[in-house]
Ligand binder design. Structure first.
Ligand SMILES: [Zn+2]
Length: 234
């Protein structure tokens, strides 16, 4: 019990009673926590801005016996553009749902928090292809939560050449010969292969600093979707 001060992003909100809210906030040190925000829906509440969905801020929380409640908050970034554009908002909602599903309370979430903040920032502040942003988010998230695809050699014969397949069964690249006999593979363009490598290896701040042609975005998007769904269903 006591007061804690933490940064965090609101990844889920729901109304409670006439004026209150229940929030799920992803924090770096305490992981995903639920907290109540008393009076947050009153028009003049000091908590009004900082308790909105997708707001990133600094929170002063009171930790009770079974739950947290918000004492005060200061907004750092509200991602205003996401609220003004329904397409962007839909992508942001999907990312926040995925973030919710892979995080827990009392589990360090620094890397995941950094990923969702960078992704939301790119979505909000740039015109980058939204499918590409989502695919990058999903693939990097898979890697952070322990499912880093094998990108250095063919999983089967260890060849480093001719890596033209992505295998879902064997989690990564396969060569032209081995890939043909694995029924879970998808053939990929060289630009898609390079993009997958980049997404796994890039430093967090450079994660979105590349572009690929539309047909590659399509492939990457399919791979990221199937790969993450498969990992989350196991
Ligand atoms: Zn091979």
């Amino acid at each position: 019990m006591g007061i804690i001060k933490t940064k965090g992003i609101v990844i889920q909100e729901s109304n409670m009673g006439d004026f209150d809210k229940m929030l799920t906030i992803l924090t770096p040190e305490y992981g995903k926590i639920s907290c109540s925000a008393r009076g947050a829906r009153r028009p003049k509440s000091a908590l009004l801005a900082g308790t909105q969905f997708l707001c990133f801020g600094e929170y002063l929380l009171y930790k009770g016996v079974s739950a947290y409640s918000i004492n005060s908050c200061e907004t750092i970034e509200v991602f205003y553009n996401l609220r003004m554009d329904l397409d962007k908002l839909n992508y942001a909602v999907e990312m926040s749902k995925l973030t919710y599903s892979v995080t827990n309370e009392n589990e360090n979430a620094y890397e995941i928090l950094q990923l969702i903040l960078n992704s939301l920032y790119t979505l909000s502040e740039t015109d980058k292809n939204m499918e590409l942003i989502l695919a990058i988010f999903k693939l990097r998230l898979s890697s952070i939560i322990g499912f880093r695809p094998n990108i250095s050699e063919c999983k089967n014969c260890k060849s480093k050449e001719d890596l033209i397949y992505f295998s879902f069964k064997d989690n990564g690249f396969k060569c032209g010969t081995c890939g043909k006999i694995d029924k879970s593979t998808m053939q990929i363009l060289p630009s898609t292969k390079d993009a997958i490598k980049y997404i796994i290896l890039a430093p967090p701040k450079k994660l979105f600093s590349f572009n690929i042609p539309d047909n590659s975005i399509k492939e990457l998007s399919i791979i990221a979707k199937i790969y993450l769904e498969d990992k989350l269903s196991n």
